[in-house]
Design a protein around this ligand. Sequence first.
Ligand SMILES: Cc1cc2nc3c(=O)[nH]c(=O)nc-3n(C[C@H](O)[C@H](O)[C@H](O)COP(=O)(O)OP(=O)(O)OC[C@H]3O[C@@H](n4cnc5c(N)ncnc54)[C@H](O)[C@@H]3O)c2cc1C
Length: 672
Amino acid sequence: MKRKSKSLIVMALCFTLFVSLLGGCENKKNDQKTDNSSESIDTAENTGTAESTDNTGSKDTSAETAMKYTPGTYTAKADGKDGTITVEVTFSETEITDINIVSQTETEGIGSEALKTIKEQVLSGQTLAVDAVSGATKTSDGFLSAIEDTVKQAGGDVDKLKANVVAKENEGKVEKLTADVVVVGAGASGVSAAVSASDKGAKVILIEKTATIGGASNLSWAGKFYNSSVALDNGVKVEVEKEISDWIVNNHWRVDAAAVRQYVTKSGETYDWLTSKGYNTTFINFGGEQLHMLPPYDTRQELLKNMLKESVEKSGGQVLTETTGKKLLTNDKGDVTGVSAEKKDGTTLEITAKSVVMATGGYAANAEMVKELFGFEGINGGLGQNVGEGLKMAWDIGAKVPDNVGGQMLHQTLSKATENLKKQYDSFEASYPLMLSYLPNFMNVGPSGARFRDEAATLTAVAAANTSAFNGPYHMVIVSKQQLEKLEEKGMSGVDAPSLPGMPPEFYADFKDQYTLENPWKNVVKVFDSMVENGDGYKGNTIEELATNAGMDVETFKDEYNNYMKAIKSGVDTEFGKKAEYLTPMGEEGPYYAVVAQINNLGSVGGLLVNTKFKVLNDQRVPIKGLYAVGLESEGVLFNDTYVGNGVGIGYSFTSGRLGGEDAADYALGSK
Ligand SMILES: Cc1cc2nc3c(=O)[nH]c(=O)nc-3n(C[C@H](O)[C@H](O)[C@H](O)COP(=O)(O)OP(=O)(O)OC[C@H]3O[C@@H](n4cnc5c(N)ncnc54)[C@H](O)[C@@H]3O)c2cc1C
């Protein structure tokens, strides 16, 4: 990574952080102090940022700022991340007195927590100047816009409420804490590091930016723990040496062979370790791959919290949520000596520790950084709060930006149409366009109208995502009238689908019963017409019309279409070698539709170079004393420029956390 790029990255980060700070401050009364033994110093005056603000964060009902409403209860709806949020808001003549969330389907533990936080802030501050909750931006924005709607209905002044910025109660206050090991970030890797460090006898403080424990593991399906006891019990064994050498070749040798070996040979133990901690996974033989399905979604966070309670908290450590790591503390030799962090109420925490473990999950939500480092402009399907703060903290004190920085976890295909269709149709029908994008039987073209791959690539998540991303932020799946008729009549078997679309299970959880190859796709034409009406796909009575409407180059698309028709007729695809069995007839007549398929980036991979003790290296590739990195931010040692694998994200996060936490504890306690 060159210096120029490094400074651009830092600028991108600064911009993102600046924007996220603009939206106003929180006003909630200070949480109780978590550690009675911590020192507490007031270093600055608490200065409010708006006229209507007082230092205590309490509501201001002075004549100048008092609001006027028509008393009553008003209802409004808005789109959240996963569906409609309906609210009933009650107003007195001068105040918002209650917010009742009538219905919502937001992600349990993330979106649902955000709703509670925002409700509390709006009510206690009588304000709409409320930041979106980290990791739940869509939920927060939807909820706030529904409340805004009710304010308008009640005759209130929305602009005035948005200007009512309430200062953080404890801005300027500094608290000092000490620990042996501080872990920054409480995803799978951070929790594992905290628990394993604590089990080694270290006093651990774990800080987490959001109110949620578990990070992206809460959204994931399965992890790979090589040759785990359960895999072997089920008769599925991986040949270790072959796996390692294939891995290295498949990543063009540009990986750390020792790190690959460590993951392949040590991850099996992680399965037993998790089981011993009560985090039970279920083995799946996934075509010979050893996957372990994570516990049910609604139990995971509690299981991780319990692990922390039983080790970190029982042995005198702390878990501090809604606390954001801001800066690494160093001594005059450049060794890391702790972390400076900020609590939700504005208090600065200065935590002194021998070892600091970075586990902040990368920067996939920082679009500028992803574009700068990887060139990808598609969708972020990972955590909205992962904007690269942890990487910046480490780079600022001299951590090396690895040569292969930029890798992303492109692993899913989405259809632009799904979200709007879900408002009009049941889940199965709304997912028709999405399902087509996971089948090899349809012509796929890039934005220009040129075909770009053997569509059988759709059968493997990584191949599907990366072949598409190389061609831009989206591609189009072309489907003809004849194919829609076959789908309507015989379901996916009507278009010769070889197997069910390989979508992640959460995509079809709510229509599992209908998810068969034979189930007829009723209403399919209506659904596709709605997709076009919603502006989420294209239609044309002729090939030329489709190309024009979809913004393709008409001549390019015509040529490609004609070549594809020849391949269907002859059974030989001279352009991409697609097997004859996937060259499903399209018929000769329109209309034709184009589904817009987008690529979902689940996370950034890498950013810090580590050795096999998870010590972060500097520009000379020498460990920075006291600094460790685990999880996604250290995962660049396993992959060249992009994530290749199933279950490695989860498998490596738990494994690197477990091992890195032990190393950090050993260093802190002086045994290494
Ligand atoms: C939708 C989805 C599905 C997935 N499915 C799978 C799957 O089936 N199998 C698989 O192997 N992988 C999957 N992955 C990838 C896998 O979840 C991740 O690789 C893994 O969970 C990353 O763990 P982590 O601990 O490194 O980071 P994260 O889980 O991202 O945790 C980082 C934590 O750090 C916190 N944080 C960020 N900045 C700060 C800061 N400044 N201060 C304090 N805290 C901070 C964040 O809030 C977060 O809690 C999926 C990812 C997504 C998004």
